[in-house]
Design a protein around this ligand. Structure first.
Ligand code: WTA
Length: 651
C-alpha cells in the first residue's frame, strides 16, 4: 500500500464538473442539505420515492437493540416486483433490461417484459420443487441472464439466495452449501472463459458429494453443451422445467427486514462469513446510489458494470440497483481479452455504453497494454466512469478519464464493502469537484468517521480507522448463523459504530483517502481473500509443516498472495531436490482447494518463519521481504537473525 499512499500525498489535481454535465445531472446539492437536516427523514423519503411498497412503512429505523438494525420494518414489499413487474405496469415492458453478450459472440436482448415472464416461470418452478419462504438456494452460474433470473426468482418467493462465484472450487462450494443448508442448487453445464468451456456441473456434483446432504434438487442451465450427468430424481434441466412452467405468478409481499440474500466473504479467520442482507433497506440504498452516483437517466443510458454476480458488486450494481431503477444494461459473460484484447471496447462501441463501472485492476491491465487498443473503437458514447474494489491510484484514474473517457467525463471512485451492501463514499458527479485517488465524501445520509485505535477522532495526515458512525439502510443484518461473530468482528471495537477494517485519512478539504485494509484481509484484483484461509489450505497439504501468507503490493492486481512455507522434515529431500516443483505443487493445491483467484503468486520454501517470543508470526516483516523493501524493525523477534536467513533462502 505504501506506493499508493505516497502518490496520494502528492496528488493535487482537481476536476470541476463541466457545466453541461452539471446542468443535466440528476443529483442536486439539496440532497446533502436534506440528509444533513434530517437523516432518517431523508432515507424514508428515498425509500418511498424509489420503491413501491405493498404496505407502506411508518417506522424508519429501530436501533433499540444495536448492532441489530431494523429499517422500515412495518412496511412490506416484494423485491422482484420492484425490479420487474412495476416497470412493465408503468408501460416500460419493451425497454431492454439486458443486452447479453456471450464470450463466443452470441448475443441476445431481453426486455423488462421478457425478464419478468422468465422470473415468474422460474418462481413457479422453485415453488414446485418445494422451495419456500426463508429456504436457501445456492446459485453457481456463469455471467448469463439466467443468473439474474435465478436471483430474482428466489427473491420473488421470499427464499434466500447464496450466490457462489463460479471460480470457486468444490470445497468452497460445499462449505457454503453446508453453512446455509441450501436446499436447491442452480447451476449450468458450464460457461465460456478465455475461449474455452469451463465446466460447472461436475463441480456441483463433487460439492454435493462432500456436503452434509441438505441439497434436494439441482437445476441445470444448458449453456455450453459439455457432457454432464443428471442424477435422476435430483437434477433437472432449467429449460425443461422453466420452459414448461406457467408465466403467471402472483407475488406476495414480505416484511422489509425479510432476508434477501447471504453472500460469503473472506474475513480474518479461515472460515468465510455469510453476510446477510435484508430487503427494504438494501433495495433503498442500492437504488439510491445507483441513480445518483451514476447519474442514471434510464430512458437513454446504457449502463455496464463489469463485475460478476458472484461478488457483491454484481448483486448491488448488476442485479438489484439497475433493475430497481429500470435501467438498460450490458451483461458480458467472458474475460476482457477474449478473443482479442479490445473486447470490452468493442462491447462499449456495439451497445453505445454510456456508464461504465469497473475495477482499478482492470484499468491497470489495460494501461499496460497501451492506449492504441481502446483507441481502435468508438468510445464517445461514454459519459461517466466508475471505479470500485480497491484504491485507484491517481495515474490509473487519469488514464481512465483520458484514454477511455476522452478527457472530460467524470470518474467516480466508490468505496463500500460486501457488508455495507451499497456505495457509502463517492463523489456525486455534477456536484463534487473530483480528486483522483480519493473516494472523497460520504454519500448523503451516511456518516463516516476516522478514529484512532482508542476511538478518538483523527484529523489530517496520519490517518486512522474508518468507521460508519450511524446505521444505514443497506447495512448487513448479521452473519448467517453466528450473531456473536457479527458483534465481535464489526462492533466490539467501537461500541455502536461499525468498524470497516480499512485505514483512511481525511484531507484539509474533508475528502477521504482509503489506505487499504488494516486486518489480515488481502485485496487481489478487487477480490477479498483472507490470509488465514490460504494458510489453512497450505497447511492442509501433506508436505506442509507451517505456512504464512501476506498480501504484497502488485502493479496490476493491487495486492498479490505471497506464501512462505516450511516443509515437514520428511519432505526435506523433495524440497532440496526441486524447490521450484515443490512450490508449484503448493500453488496448484491452493487453487484447487479454494479457487484460482486464491492461487499464490509465489510460494517460498523456507526453513524458518519470523516469530515473536510469544510465537506470533510477524507478517509485516514477510511483507517487507515480498515487496523487496528494507526489512523493518526486528527487535521483537525471538531470534533477530531469522530474517537474514529467510532473505537468503528467498533469493
Ligand atoms: C476495498 C467490494 C479503496 C476496501 C465492493 C474494502 C476499496 C474492501 C474501494 C471491500 C475503493 C472497495 N477504494 N478501497 N473505492 N472499494 N475497497 O467486500 O478495502 O469485496 O474494505 O466489496 O475492498 O471488498 P468487498
Amino acid at each position: 500500500m505504501t506506493v499508493q499512499i505516497d502518490h496520494a500525498l502528492e496528488e493535487i489535481r482537481r476536476f470541476r464538473p463541466s457545466p453541461e454535465f452539471a446542468a443535466q445531472s440528476v443529483a442536486d446539492p439539496a440532497l446533502y442539505e436534506a440528509a444533513n437536516a434530517d437523516r432518517l427523514g431523508f432515507w424514508a423519503d428515498q425509500a418511498r420515492e424509489l420503491l413501491t411498497w405493498h404496505k407502506p412503512f411508518t417506522r424508519t429505523l429501530d436501533w433499540s437493540n444495536p448492532p441489530f438494525a431494523r429499517w422500515f420494518d412495518d412496511g412490506e414489499l416484494n423485491v422482484a416486483v420492484n425490479c420487474l413487474d412495476r416497470h412493465v405496469a408503468a408501460g416500460l415492458g419493451d425497454r431492454v433490461a439486458i443486452h447479453f453478450e456471450g464470450e463466443p459472440g452470441d448475443s441476445r436482448d431481453i426486455t423488462y417484459a421478457e425478464l419478468t415472464d422468465e422470473v415468474k416461470r422460474a418462481a413457479n418452478v422453485l415453488e414446485g420443487l418445494g422451495v419456500g419462504t426463508g429456504d436457501r438456494v445456492a446459485i453457481y452460474l456463469p455471467m448469463i441472464p439466467e443468473a439474474v433470473v435465478a436471483m430474482l426468482a428466489v427473491a420473488r418467493i421470499g427464499a434466500i439466495h447464496s450466490v457462489v462465484f463460479g471460480g470457486f472450487s468444490s470445497d468452497s462450494l460445499a462449505s457454503r452449501i453446508d453453512d446455509a443448508e441450501a436446499k436447491l442448487v442452480i447451476t449450468a453445464d458450464g460457461g465460456y472463459r478465455k475461449g474455452r468451456v469451463f465446466p460447472l456441473k461436475p463441480t456441483v456434483d463433487e460439492a454435493i458429494g462432500k456436503s452434509a446432504g441438505s441439497v434436494e434438487n439441482v437445476l441445470v442451465v444448458q449453456r455450453t453443451g459439455n457432457d454432464i450427468t443428471l442424477e435422476p430424481g435430483r437434477d433437472e434441466w432449467w429449460h425443461d422445467t422453466v420452459g414448461a412452467a406457467a408465466s403467471e405468478h402472483e407475488a406476495t409481499a414480505f416484511e422489509a427486514e425479510h432476508p434477501l440474500f447471504i453472500l460469503y466473504t473472506s474475513g480474518t479467520t479461515g472460515k468465510p462469513k455469510g453476510v446477510v442482507h435484508s430487503s427494504g433497506g438494501y433495495l433503498t440504498q442500492v437504488a439510491f446510489t445507483h441513480k445518483y452516483v451514476f447519474d442514471l437517466h434510464p430512458e437513454t443510458d446504457v449502463y455496464w458494470c463489469t463485475a460478476d454476480v458472484g461478488w457483491v458488486t454484481g448483486h448491488s450494481y448488476v442485479v438489484y440497483g439497475p433493475l430497481a431503477n429500470g435501467a438498460t444494461q450490458v451483461l458480458y459473460e467472458g474475460t476482457p481479452d477474449t478473443p482479442h484484447p479490445g473486447r470490452w471496447w468493442e462491447i462499449v462501441e456495439k451497445y453505445k455504453v454510456s456508464i461504465l463501472y469497473t475495477a482499478p485492476t482492470a484499468i491497470r491491465s489495460f494501461m499496460k497494454l497501451g492506449r492504441q487498443i481502446p483507441h481502435e473503437f468508438n468510445l464517445r458514447s461514454l459519459r461517466l466512469l466508475g471505479s470500485v474494489g480497491e484504491p485507484i491510484n491517481p495515474e490509473a484514474w487519469i488514464w481512465y478519464r483520458h484514454v477511455i473517457g476522452g478527457g472530460s467525463i467524470p470518474v467516480v471512485d466508490t468505496w463500500w464493502q460486501t457488508e455495507t451492501g451499497a456505495i457509502m463514499i463517492s463523489a456525486l458527479p455534477g456536484i463534487t469537484d473530483l480528486k483522483p485517488g480519493s473516494a472523497q465524501v460520504p454519500i448523503p445520509g451516511i456518516s463516516i468517521d476516522i478514529l484512532s485505535d482508542d476511538g478518538t477522532p483523527v484529523e489530517g495526515e496520519g490517518g486512522g480507522l474508518l468507521v460508519v458512525s450511524e446505521p444505514w439502510p443497506s447495512m448487513l443484518r448479521g452473519i448467517w448463523g453466528d450473531p456473536e461473530r457479527f458483534k465481535e468482528t464489526y462492533w466490539e471495537k467501537f461500541g455502536d459504530k461499525y468498524f470497516a477494517g480499512d485505514g483512511a485519512r481525511r484531507d484539509e478539504d474533508g475528502d477521504i483517502w482509503l489506505l487499504g485494509r488494516v486486518d489480515d484481509v488481502m485485496n487481489v484484483s478487487g477480490h477479498r481473500l483472507s490470509t488465514a484461509e490460504i494458510e489453512s489450505s497450505l497447511v492442509a497439504h501433506p508436505w506442509t509443516a507451517e505456512a504464512a501468507v501476506v498480501g504484497a503490493s502488485d502493479e496490476t492486481t493491487g495486492q498479490a498472495v505471497v506464501a512462505f512455507v516450511i516443509l515437514k522434515a520428511s519432505q526435506a529431500d523433495v524440497a532440496s531436490a526441486d524447490v521450484a516443483a515443490a512450490s508449484e505443487e503448493l500453488r496448484k493445491h491452493v487453487a484447487t482447494q479454494i479457487g484460482a483467484i486464491a492461487r499464490p503468486r509465489q510460494v517460498f520454501i523456507v526453513n524458518e518463519l519470523p516469530k515473536t517470543r510469544s510465537g506470533k508470526i510477524m507478517r509485516r516483516l514477510l511483507r517487507d521481504l515480498a515487496e523487496g523493501r528494507q526489512i523493518g524493525d526486528t527487535t521483537t523477534l525471538a531470534d533477530t537473525s531469522i530474517m537474514q536467513i529467510i532473505s537468503e533462502q528467498v533469493k
